[in-house]
Design a protein around this ligand. Structure first.
Ligand SMILES: *Cc1c(COP(=O)(O)O)cnc(C)c1O
Ligand SMILES: [Zn+2]
Length: 422
């Protein structure tokens, strides 16, 4: 007899906690909870809807110090914290006074998601996707990835004891290849861009019924994991809203879901005040959403990425139009920065705050600086900037511009001959 994990029969309703159904983001048509990601009526993207009656500040505060403290706001079983997972979240929110002084703003914080188990924010979305995928009867975890998702999927699958398949562009940064393959996943390098690989993943998802491609066929559940970044920022500020947030944009899902989180907190009466102005950050070498924002367009025209910020290199971003909606509705903007500015952003954050960001963090900090100098950001309003990944994964971005002041013999004379001053 075969002992492979059988998909849950469709007559058994999945236990997805407070989630009640799926709803189309375009036309509002509803569907039962299941492995659906496109509306049957209009092919628009669907999202998870909930019954939030259980949610209180007390229930959240008595939860674990990870994303599962927000389980009543996620499509996961109530006992999710008891199943094996990498327990991402509750990363540090650091006051950034030295960076603030350099940029001429008054109150600035860094939400530092490099502290997650595989050192990027992707652990959040993967943990939620995995918990939902189990309930939906999937046996295998998979993804197309620009790097960080590959790390998160392979580590989460290893810890859960299930198989995983990860597809990445062949020109990915070597550290991200190693930090994926080490977990024992089946890693496939593809001769193509992320957008090519995304298409391949959709086709494979159609052929392998028990594979959960976290960001493709279980994307509605995956996306909800990003809300925890917004919940954490508000709770860590003492159940308060910042006035402005600056968030990197690849597919745009993170930015859109963080805004959703802020609006939920207000609607549920957990936090007073208004949701913040949301600013999006892209690399100029892959800035289709910034270009549409600046041109006043509602549609995002795909581009072919060419930037050192590979984790943000999605030329055809699925949530691009929703990023435009959110940034326009909240009075924010989408701005982009060059590769040189990205390197400066990485060095600025490291030099002022002791935080070594990957290229995506460099994009976000550099965009913050640009928004300040353009006067688009209110310097007196409390601002949170997101660092979503760790600089150790993208060392090449800065390895040629930083290093020792010299190499010397182990003598005091040799040191003094360097002429460095205190
Ligand atoms: C994936 C990723 C993002 C953005 O994710 P989207 O939700 O696709 O916009 C931001 N930062 C890092 C480091 C990432 O890996
Ligand atoms: Zn629809």
């Amino acid at each position: 007899m075969s002992v492979t994990t059988a998909p849950v029969p469709s007559s058994v309703a999945p236990d997805l906690g407070a989630a009640t159904h799926l709803s189309c983001r375009e036309c509002g048509v509803t569907a039962p909870l299941g492995p659906f990601y496109a509306c049957v009526e209009c092919f628009g993207p669907v999202e998870v809807a909930y019954d939030y009656r259980r949610v209180t500040r007390d229930r959240i505060e008595s939860g674990p110090a990870n994303i599962w403290r927000y389980r009543d706001l996620l499509p996961v079983p109530v006992d999710v914290a008891e199943t094996p997972n990498t327990e991402p979240g509750w990363t540090r929110l650091l006051r950034a006074d030295r960076l603030a002084a350099e940029l001429g703003v008054r109150r600035l914080w860094v939400k530092d998601d490099s502290g997650n188990p595989t050192h990027s924010f992707k652990d959040r979305v993967v943990a939620v996707a995995l918990a939902a995928a189990r309930q939906l009867g999937f046996a295998v975890l998979a993804c197309p990835s620009t790097g960080n998702l590959a790390n998160a999927v392979s580590a989460a699958a290893a810890r859960a004891g299930i198989r995983s398949f990860v597809f990445v562009p062949r020109d990915l940064e070597p550290p991200k290849i190693v930090t994926t393959a080490v977990y024992g996943t089946t890693l496939v390098a593809v001769d193509g861009t992320y957008d090519d690989i995304n298409r391949l993943a959709s086709e494979l998802a159609g052929q392998h019924e028990d594979w959960a491609f976290v960001n493709v066929n279980v994307r509605p559940y995956y996306g909800e994991g990003s809300k925890t970044l917004g919940y954490e920022v508000a709770e860590q500020l003492g159940w308060r809203m910042p006035r402005q947030v600056v968030i990197p944009v690849a597919s745009g899902a993170q930015l859109v879901k963080v805004d959703k989180a802020f609006r939920e907190l207000v609607a549920l009466g957990l936090v007073d005040g208004e949701p913040p102005r949301v600013f999006g950050a892209q690399a100029t070498g892959c800035s289709p959403v910034a270009a549409a924002f600046k041109a006043g367009h509602d549609v995002v025209r795909p581009v072919r990425p060419d930037t050192i910020a590979k984790s943000l290199a999605i030329g055809n971003p699925a949530d691009g139009p929703y990023v435009l909606d959110v940034t326009r509705r909240t009075g924010g903007a989408v701005e982009d920065v060059t590769d040189e500015e990205i390197v400066d952003g990485i060095r600025l954050l490291a030099r002022t705050e002791g935080i070594f960001a990957e290229t995506a963090g460099g994009v976000t900090v550099a965009v913050l600086a640009k928004l300040c100098s353009e006067g688009l950001l209110d310097p007196d309003a409390e601002t949170v900037v997101f660092n979503t990944g760790d600089g150790l994964k993208t060392l090449d971005a800065v390895s040629s511009v930083v290093g020792p002041v010299g190499t010397i013999a182990p003598t005091t004379d040799a040191f003094h001959a360097l002429g460095v001053r205190a």
